[in-house]
Design a protein around this ligand. Structure first.
Ligand SMILES: *[C@@H]1O[C@H](CO)[C@@H](O)[C@H](O)[C@H]1NC(C)=O
Ligand SMILES: *[C@@H]1O[C@H](CO)[C@@H](O)[C@H](O)[C@H]1NC(C)=O
Ligand SMILES: *[C@@H]1O[C@H](CO)[C@@H](O)[C@H](O)[C@H]1NC(C)=O
Ligand SMILES: *[C@@H]1O[C@H](CO)[C@@H](O)[C@H](O)[C@H]1NC(C)=O
Ligand SMILES: *[C@@H]1O[C@H](CO)[C@@H](O)[C@H](O)[C@H]1NC(C)=O
Ligand SMILES: *[C@@H]1O[C@H](CO)[C@@H](O)[C@H](O)[C@H]1NC(C)=O
Length: 395
């Protein structure tokens, strides 16, 4: 357990190191080539598949998976508890979360509340902490998402999921504590009704929203965090105070994957529904031109930026910054991703070239938990756990 001042010092040191070094090699590098199929030091391993049976009552759906993953989720929940207690040593915050949070949040609509209750009961972790575990993805997710269209109109969708910034740094091997603890919790999920796939997703055991997934033949969807003054905290506060007309972002993504039946319907819902936190939705369809980045404020959509192959726009890239603004100067993953896509050429697009782009630092960085590749029309879905050994930027 790091002391408070030590933790602050380590974060500061990490920030300074990264600030100085991001634009000098070896923190960035030439576009990677021939990294696929994954192997070598940036590949941690495969993710296992589990079936989630939507015909079961929500309370029971996660039992089998959570029975397997309970020890790993206890590790991460413990780390979070320790971090909170490091900052507020009395233990009061955890006590409030355990005793008061479920009441404060009231009824969470849809299947989510029952699903979280089932998870809490199987793992023996208090419901309030399971809810916090589900809320914190709304706040700390840094990511890169890409949709490409080749000369034949064939779409691909890829993403790196980067998570765990500021939540503690492990000085022994230069890794983020939470990022590392999420790797053994990462699973591929096959959501089924009547024994047939409804959608597939990659997620962290214990989390019932979805950030990455596809509906074979129809559409693919990823969620990236968007920082904004009118941020997620306000939305959550409003919710606690009783204004509950907005949807949780991870939950709306899950609902769309589960229940929408076309690209257009998904786009319409993701553009118009009021949400609790600002976000980017990256949505791909099953035919030429169907790919967009939806930039959301809580109430409105600010921008829908679409593929336009006739005008030469054969890809969209989204990190955590509005496309019409410069990225934060310490965190430009967008330009490297675009440079590498430009060097790939539209005629060479494949899972292999997309994986190359997503393996190039700093698109790949120490926060990267996994890389997902999706081909909606061929029904192919692959997720790989990642590492970024030194020298590698912290984010
Ligand atoms: C770093 O150390 C942590 C804690 O011992 C471990 O869980 C993690 O797997 C290590 N990561 C790497 C990339 O070696
Ligand atoms: C799904 O398949 C299992 C085993 O193959 C079978 O026992 C079950 O009845 C099937 N369920 C439905 C809803 O078709
Ligand atoms: C999907 O629709 C069904 C039927 O209306 C509903 O019971 C379920 O809660 C919905 N799923 C989600 C995740 O919203
Ligand atoms: C593409 O999606 C539409 C719904 O948006 C669906 O009607 C159509 O069958 C799909 N095409 C293919 C080839 O699956
Ligand atoms: C990528 O190529 C496009 C089209 O040629 C060009 O407008 C854009 O500036 C290039 N981006 C980068 C980052 O090189
Ligand atoms: C990619 O496409 C370009 C232009 O069509 C071609 O010259 C190049 O050889 C291709 N590269 C690979 C690795 O296939």
């Amino acid at each position: 357990m790091l002391g408070r001042s030590r933790l602050a010092f380590v974060l500061l040191a990490a920030a300074v190191t990264c600030a100085v070094a991001q634009h000098a090699p070896p923190w960035t590098e030439d576009c990677k080539k021939s990294t696929y199929p994954p192997s070598g030091p940036t590949y941690r391993g495969p993710t296992s598949w589990y079936t989630i049976n939507l015909d079961l009552p929500p309370y029971k759906r996660w039992h089998e998976l959570m029975t397997h993953k309970a020890p790993m989720i206890r590790v991460i929940v413990n780390s979070l508890r320790n971090m909170v207690n490091t900052f507020v040593p009395s233990g009061k915050i955890v006590q409030i979360v355990d005793q008061k949070l479920p009441g404060l949040l009231g009824n969470i609509p849809g299947p989510f509340e029952e699903e979280m209750k089932g998870i809490a009961d199987v793992t023996g972790i208090p419901l309030g902490e399971i809810i916090s575990f589900n809320v914190f993805y709304e706040i700390f997710t840094m990511c890169t998402s890409i949709i490409t269209e080749d000369k034949k109109g064939h779409l691909l969708h890829g993403r790196n999921l980067d998570f765990g910034v500021f939540l503690g740094w492990n000085v022994n091997n230069n890794t983020w504590v939470i990022t590392e603890e999420l790797k053994p919790l990462t699973v591929n999920l096959d959501f089924q009704r009547n024994n047939k796939t409804v959608f597939k997703a990659s997620s962290f055991a214990g989390y019932v929203g979805m950030l990455t997934g596809f509906k074979p033949g129809l559409f693919s969807l990823t969620l990236n965090e968007r920082f904004s003054m009118d941020g997620g905290y306000l939305g959550i506060l409003e919710w606690i105070l009783g204004k509950r007309d907005a949807e949780w972002v991870g939950f709306i993504t899950r609902s769309v994957l589960e229940n929408s039946t076309s690209y257009e319907e998904a786009k319409n819902i993701l553009t118009k529904t009021k949400i609790l936190a600002p976000a980017y939705f990256i949505l791909g369809g099953n035919q030429s031109g169907e790919g967009c980045v939806i930039t959301r404020e809580r109430k409105d959509s600010l921008d829908v930026y679409e593929l336009n192959p006739k005008k030469g726009r054969w890809y969209v890239v989204q990190t955590n910054y509005d496309r019409w603004k410069n990225p934060f100067f310490l965190d430009d993953r967008r330009t490297p991703a675009k440079i590498c896509l430009n060097r790939t050429y539209q005629e060479n697009l494949s899972f292999a070239t997309l994986y190359d782009v997503l393996s190039t630092k700093p698109v790949l960085n120490k926060l990267t938990v996994f890389t997902t590749l999706m081909d909606v029309t061929k029904g192919q879905y692959e997720t790989y756990l990642r590492d970024c050994p030194d020298p590698c930027i912290g984010w």
